[in-house]
Design a protein around this ligand. Structure first.
Ligand SMILES: [Zn+2]
Length: 221
């Protein structure tokens, strides 16, 4: 069964997805990862994506849908009983409609659509405080997960950086794009499917138990 985890940047989607994979054996299909894999493997799709990206445009819905179709079909053939978490898709109503068709063709149901709801203020606080190690990529947070020595990675001693993407103006911009793009998708699932909206400002363990409840509920008709 396919489940969707949705939420603004900084809502904790990545963390919750990883917890589902590690603790419950979910398979995560992330469009970002699949894109990178196609490019690395130089597949036909990968070559198309590369030329689109080189021209500075966004990857089209059609290309994304082809990619998700290929991945879901492969997974469905190899492990039809898997609990799959789609990450980064669908982002538009057009993609959501295409996903319905895809799932119908595979005779596979859409499970729960979970929306992790956080306020813009919380996202800004979370992301603005984030620091990443230049060398090993380890994540820190000035408030919630500080390094022992200010600005220096505990693990490798390299300098921590504040990514441009994690600065306030950029975050506000990303949030604006997310809200505009995703609200219609959320409306779509409110009307079609097992849609659960949950506050996600608590600790990751609290949010995770809510996620598990939501998934459990979708099993009972
Ligand atoms: Zn490091």
């Amino acid at each position: 069964m396919i489940h969707l985890l949705m939420g603004a940047p900084g809502a904790g989607k990545g963390t919750q997805g990883d917890m589902l994979v590690e603790r419950c054996g979910f398979v995560k299909l992330s469009t970002g990862d699949i894109l990178r894999k196609h490019i690395a493997d130089k597949t036909d799709i990968g070559k198309k994506i590369e030329s689109v990206m080189a021209s500075g445009s966004l990857v089209s819905d059609d290309l994304l849908i082809d990619m998700v179709r290929a991945e879901l079909s492969r997974l469905h053939a190899e492990a039809p009983e898997s609990e799959v978490l789609l990450d980064g898709f669908p982002r538009t109503v057009e993609q959501a409609v295409a996903l319905e068709g895809l799932l119908k063709n595979l005779d596979c149901g859409l499970g729960t659509v979970i929306f992790l709801d956080v306020s813009d203020e919380d996202v800004i606080k979370r992301l603005c405080g984030r620091r990443v190690c230049r060398q090993c990529g380890k994540n820190y947070h000035v408030e919630y997960l500080p390094a022992a020595k200010d600005g220096i990675c505990d693990d490798c001693g390299s300098e921590l950086m504040h990514r441009d993407d994690d600065k306030e103006a950029r975050i506000k911009n990303r949030l604006g794009v997310f809200r505009t793009q995703t609200s219609p998708v959320l409306d779509f699932y409110r009307e079609n499917g097992h849609y659960v909206e949950m506050p996600a400002s608590g600790s990751s363990e609290d949010v995770f138990s809510g996620v598990l409840d939501a998934l459990e509920q979708s099993k009972s008709p």
